[in-house]
Design a protein around this ligand. Sequence first.
Ligand SMILES: [Zn+2]
Length: 291
Amino acid sequence: MKEIALRIDVDTYRGTRDGVPRLCSILASHGVKGTFYFSVGPDNMGRHLWRLLKPAFLWKMLRTNAAGLYGLDIVLMGTAWPGPKIGKRLADRIKAAADAGHEIGFHAWDHHFAQAHIDSMSEKAMHEEFRKGVEELTRIVGYPPRTSATPGWRTTDKLLKVKTAFAFDYNSDCRGYAPFRPDIANTPLQIPVTLPTYDEICGRNGVNDANYNDHQISLLKEDTLNVLTIHAEAEGGKCAAMFDDYLRRVISAGYSVITLGEAAKRYADAPVGKCSPQPFPGREGWLAVQE
Ligand SMILES: [Zn+2]
């Protein structure tokens, strides 16, 4: 069926301000739509700086040139002053993506906080992160998001249960190989991400900017749904020309680029499955992986 469901994660203030409009124009130039997952609360991503104290994270920062990729202002944001509220200041960018016909999903209220702590939060605190973010995103686009994606794929069964209180038709919370229905009451369909992200593979095993698209394209499967995650901070920034070239190549190879919502419609009777916390190549700590 040669399909790529395209997911765009937006983690930061600058990714929303600069990356989202750039990606909207790239997608428009190819006549395709994707699913944007927005973070709408404070941008405290700079608090990641504290994690430099950990050697694995320092190695990743050096390997992917994080300061060059994200910009020093992003790396520092939230360390010395409170992070700016993304939804409040950049509602126009988010609304413009919705108005351009892209699917709008919920990623996070405070991306940094959720990624670092969501697995240890109480159900009440988890619910509160979702409530604040979903309300803000609803205010901005004028309708509630029908899908969500946990920051950093840090998903647990407890979190999946908390999410059933929100009107999501499907979610994309884990890595895996095919859509499935989690074995938890009232939990909607999961659309796992099947392909690696730029920061996971670039700079490792001989993959670099010159051969990144060749490598990424070689991982596509023709007989199952491919799900790709890009980031507004990377493919909407430093990697924009490369991503533009990726779209040109996959479309001319006969792939349809679709939203996750379009894909979800066809997997209503997907088999029951499960995801669990596991280590993952190119990532620090664990993330939820389909079993
Ligand atoms: Zn994210």
